[in-house]
Design a protein around this ligand. Sequence first.
Ligand code: CP
Ligand code: NVA
Length: 331
Amino acid sequence: MSNDVDLKGRSLLTLSDLSDGEVAWLLDLALKLKQDKHAGTCGERLAGRHIALVFEKMSTRTRCAAAVAAADEAGRTEYLAATEIHLGKKESVADTARVLGRMFDGILFRGYRQETVELLAEFSGVPVWNGLTDLSHPTQALADLMTIKEQFGELKGRKVVYAGDGRNNVATSLMLGCAVSGMHFVNCTPDSLRPTDDLTEHANRVAAERGGTVGVCSDPAEAVAGAHVVYTDVWTSMGEEDQFAARVELLQPYQVNMALMQATGNVESDEVIFLHCLPAFHDHRTEVTQKSGALEVTDDVFEAPFSKVFDQAENRLHTIKALFVSSLERE
Ligand code: CP
Ligand code: NVA
């Protein structure tokens, strides 16, 4: 691992906060921390560190990853549901940030507005990590890249296709993550859900400087040809529930099913994996899908040997731990 990278005291608000070298360094650290964890040799890199988990939206993976990551390294977390503190209601976000910054060494935020996580970072004086906003999900993208690296060894040159709601937090963070890693990324989505041209052009410039490409395509079969990774996410994100029915109709052609996986041309040669940030609607065993059954991914794809979604979920732990350690470990 290169010693040139120093992320002490650094926040992560969007993936653009990290250079290519920093992303690669964090992935290597996460891989090392995973080895340590599996060998039963976690340490005390976060001893005496207190991390606030401020959550406006629900979470399983991000919340648990943060809690276990800190505890593994002798740090502590405090879960603060936004409904149970004064954040933005009886007290401005800036004032809450200043209070939290006097007590905690770092803050992980999950919520609606990107502006809230920016205010927390501006006023708390401690590192702030974005654990998902409407705009971006950078800690997810790090786990996604780590999972791809574990499977293929090298990120550069691999082709990643995201099929579904192309302008959501997961899609756009993955797009930036693939770009900065010199990969080939295709955002496969209907015209009405394309990421902004500004973001796509920015990602394409970043990718081009590193030998990669970023494109947008509305035809799923064309997009996935030659893909090494096929990725999808829910069709309606938290906070957009009123659009559920319209999205199901609009995005049906973008469902990741076996026919789409076969269209990569890489299933037989074991050169393609399926990823999903989770939670996923892959069968009828949820309240939402008991009548409809699978939505964005079919059960046979979700359960296939090429599906690495639970490795990816586990990697949320190791990548969040890498962020905490790189930012908060004492000399
Ligand atoms: N992928 C992800 O962020 O999951 P949670 O919503 O469970 O945190
Ligand atoms: N796009 C999804 C991701 C959940 C982890 C959402 O925002 O709900």
